[in-house]
Write a protein that binds this ligand. Sequence first.
Ligand code: CP
Length: 310
Amino acid sequence: MTHTFPHKHLLGIERLSVSDISAILERAAAYAVQNRSHQRKNNRLAGKTVANLFFEPSTRTRTSFQLAAQRLGADVVNLDIQFSSTKKGETLLDTVRTVDAMQVDAFVIRHHENGVPELIAQHVQASVLNAGDGSHEHPTQALLDALTMQQRKGRLEGLTVAICGDIEHSRVARSNIHLLNKFGAKVRIMGPAQFMPHDLATLGVEAFDNMNDGLRGVDVAMMLRIQHERLADGEFAISLKDYHERYGLTHDKLKVAKPDVIVMHPAPMNRGVEITDELADDPQYSVIFKQIENGVAVRMAALDLLQGTD
Ligand code: CP
């Protein structure tokens, strides 16, 4: 494994080159194989410490970053924000600088405000990995999605990928759009008008307001949940039943896609809203749990490239 990764932090996909992304995906592909073997651990980060600071809930990202660091031989600290001194009025930066002073090597940061990982990166000596900031970016999610597409489709270039749902509030959509555009895939987005991104014209995607047109001939259908936590009370006026009828993915709606289409979802899923139970669990189409599995490999690769010594 040789690659000199020219970044100290992983803050977003937008600023990475194709060669940077390829380096992460190549290493992640190797770790995906290793994670299926009996020898899942190595010592590439022995002696290093990774601190998880999650200011928003998470199941997949937090657990997989922890497993990734442990499989590389690092120590892991999970700061429990609910019981931290932020509750006594300490500022975010003082909290982070406090942990930084304890000589950690990498921070994994999730925060509800756009740009917080970048702000933290300017004030600490450790590497910072963005585990999702507001509606801005979720780079390791896009990387694990790309790895899953490569495994199932053999390539990213030339794929047509439809992303459906609450695009405006989705950091997953944004990071995926940046990555797929860099690799020459075609990206379509679809959903109700209120979920279309405010900067649609600059994103390099094709927008559809109905699934019959948006899903026609696609290689990948990526479903997103409605991010109720980023919507004001009463802002989402459609009933969940009506939403499911118009924008929920079903076996029937998927018939216009390519016969070998794959169905993706970053999860957490709201079954019966953006995707049916049957489709989420249909092994012919759904790669949702493979995405989750690949999350560990991608986070191992990212930590390794930022902190390992080649
Ligand atoms: N996909 C994702 O980021 O899931 P979590 O919120 O559970 O980490």
